[in-house]
Design a protein around this ligand. Structure first.
Ligand code: ADP
Length: 630
């Protein structure tokens, strides 16, 4: 019999598959079952219009047989089968439709990755088998054919005996090695596991003959072994069921089994979409962040099914980073199993699905915020940071989408643990209030104690307390909410003073100009300016910043391991009503050395109030002690 050659490209492909890492190899079964299911689909559809097929839906099945003595695994279907030409065409060129993706000069590693994620159809059989035999008879044909191959060397086609239409694929498994135990694929538990994992939702039964021990009829003690057919897949995916058929428990159980999380999810989102792309999706928002969520090891993604067949365990493209905590799956009829089409064509469809999932997640979270504040608080504690990063990242590209999901601590909340949304803040704003005020610091208590925060509160205005590193970055990215500007209580003009107050302050500042220059000189470049401020009520001094970089942001940026150190434009602000100011004026006239010392002391106090480190604590302490004994 003539041995036919595979195409050159196919040889390379086979080579890649054979060297694929072991954990990827198990997908061969998914590929073969999926082909079988497609073939059955074709004959089943034909049966609907052609009575000569003579089969009903329940007659169709896929059967798996393991023969441990012969070391063979056989997958049989009673689908449409193949003619000689089809055999030649379909199996003569390895992954004839999938090979394009492999033409590029990818490295072996990248390619084996791809194999693991997408599979490459029929030829994945060679990842576990040394010889593959396909016996097939096309519906409507009298002749059956046998195709056989041992891999790269090529293949043979011959006629054979087969009574009924359909295809039988026999894999002679590779010999076990120290690392790779191919005989595993002959074990019932392993086959069950693989069917459950990858092919649970194939619409036709995947069956296997199993042995079961039972008591002999009429006997309490004697047992016998019976053989019976067991169906390994559940056939209807939960996400394709009607929502009304499912209980809260069904959703929770499914989540807990699939994601090994013993806590119930906060939210499930079960949708069917029939717009430009048709898909079912079942998404969950977990109640807590996985232990690795905020590390670089965490991998976002949803499980992707093409018509009930899992093609990718974690498809990252389906989830934007700001919703990376979402778990779940998408099943689309518009996707095919085929690798090259996956990667190239389906890109657009994946994007469409991702866009619509994003919208639906946002809407459900917004709904939760309205209807169940307690749950939303739990969500916020687990994943709020991620949403805030989402506002900041991408130069604020997603801020519109996310801004109404944001929550912050606030002086308007009843307890320190409480959160307010921006909409709630704005709804409480006083008529004369121009800005949304915020104070940034490491804790609510710290923010609340800032002198400037006290002043704003005294005016009857609410102050947001930003306690996470990312907060102020997100707020600055927003810049405004409902046309109200954000204002850091520690920076710039707070808009609290009347025009007369402002003019009066300016006059005082002008009058003390020389004093402030002297103090700034003494501080030796540490501050950009010294000035009087309306920001202080009881305190003598505080530090503020000019420009967009606040003191809090400076702190955050300087804790980053990479990047250059930054410094906010610091301004030392003095309270014109405080006796210290009068003292400084007196020293300017009498004792410039002491003035320099006091300038330094005030600056260091201001640092402490801001929660920033003083440069030389020992020197500071000495200076205070010296003053105490004077
Ligand atoms: P794909 O399924 O992605 O097209 P495969 O390499 O898995 O690529 O299969 C190639 C072709 O071989 C299929 O498109 C199908 O026409 C045919 N084929 C594979 N398995 C079967 C089967 N069990 N019954 C009938 N045809 C099959």
């Amino acid at each position: 019999m003539e041995q036919k050659q595979f195409q050159a490209e196919s040889k390379r492909m086979l080579d890649l598959m054979i060297h694929s890492i072991y954990t990827h190899k198990e997908i061969f079964l998914r590929e073969l079952i999926s082909n079988a299911s497609d073939a059955i689909d074709k004959l089943y559809f034909r049966s609907l219009t052609d009575s000569s097929v003579g089969m009903k839906r329940e007659d169709f099945r896929i059967e798996i047989r393991a023969d441990k003595d012969a070391r063979t695994l056989t997958i049989t279907d009673n689908g449409i089968g193949m003619t000689a030409e089809e055999l030649e065409q379909n199996l003569g060129v390895i992954a004839h439709s999938g090979s394009r993706a492999f033409k590029t000069e990818n490295t072996l590693d990248e390619n084996t990755e791809i194999i693991g994620q997408f599979g490459v159809g029929f030829y994945s059989a060679f990842m576990v088998a040394k010889r593959v035999t396909v016996r097939t008879k096309a519906f409507d044909s009298d002749t059956a054919y046998e195709w056989q191959s041992e891999g790269v060397e090529g293949y043979t086609i011959d006629t054979c005996e087969k009574d009924t239409a359909g295809t039988e694929i026999v894999l002679e498994l590779l010999d076990d090695t120290d690392d790779e135990k191919y005989s595993e694929y002959l074990e019932e538990f392993r086959i069950r596991q693989l069917v459950k994992k990858y092919s649970d939702y194939i619409r036709f039964p995947v069956q296997m003959e199993i042995e079961r021990t039972q008591n002999k009829e009429g006997s309490e003690t004697e047992t016998e072994t019976v053989r019976e057919m067991a169906t390994l897949n559940s056939m209807t995916p939960m996400w394709k069921k009607n929502k009304t058929e499912l209980t809260e428990d069904d959703y929770t159980n499914f989540y807990q089994e699939k994601y090994f999380d013993y806590t119930a999810p906060l939210l499930h989102i079960h949708n069917r979409s029939e717009g430009t792309v048709t898909y079912n999706s079942l998404l969950y928002v977990p109640a807590r962040a996985p232990y690795d969520y905020y590390t670089k090891d965490f991998e976002k993604g949803l499980t992707l099914y093409a018509n009930g067949v899992m093609i990718m365990e974690k498809c990252g493209d389906l989830l934007p980073d700001h919703f990376s905590f979402v778990r779940g799956l998408v099943d689309s009829e518009d996707l095919s199993l085929n690798i090259s089409r996956e990667m190239l064509q389906h890109d657009r469809q994946l994007k469409l699905i991702a866009k619509s999932l994003e919208k639906s997640i946002k809407n459900e979270l917004a709904k939760l915020l309205k209807t169940d504040r307690e749950k939303y608080n739990a969500f916020w504690k687990a994943f709020g940071i991620q949403i805030k990063f989402g506002v900041y990242n991408g130069f604020g590209a997603n801020k519109e989408l996310l801004q109404d999901l944001l929550m912050f601590h606030s002086s308007g909340c009843d307890d320190a643990e409480g959160f307010t949304t921006l909409a709630e803040y704005v709804s409480r704003m006083r008529e004369e209030q121009k800005y949304i005020y915020y104070a940034a610091g490491e804790s609510v208590a710290r923010c609340a104690a800032l002198p400037a925060a006290e002043l704003v509160r005294d005016k009857g205005f609410e102050v947001l307390y930003l306690t996470e590193n990312v907060d102020e970055f997100a707020i600055q990215m927003l810049a405004k909410y409902q046309d109200k500007e954000f204002k850091n209580v520690s920076a710039g003009d707070l808009g609290l003073e009347s025009d007369e107050d402002k003019t009066a302050l300016e006059e005082k500042n002008n009058a003390a100009k020389d004093l402030f220059e002297e103090m700034q000189k003494a501080l030796n470049g540490k501050v950009k300016a010294v000035r009087l401020s309306g920001r202080l009520k009881n305190h003598a001094v505080c530090l503020s910043s000019d420009g967009n970089l606040s003191l809090e942001m400076e702190k955050v940026l300087n804790t980053m391991p990479t990047g250059e150190k930054v410094q906010a434009e610091r301004v030392l602000e003095l309270n014109p009503e405080h006796p210290v100011f009068a003292k400084l004026q007196q020293l300017y006239a009498d004792d410039k050395d002491k003035l320099a010392q006091y300038a330094d002391l005030l600056y260091q106090q201001a640092l402490l109030i801001e929660g920033m480190p003083v440069e030389d604590p020992v020197a500071l302490s000495k200076m205070i002690c010296d003053l105490m004994v004077q």
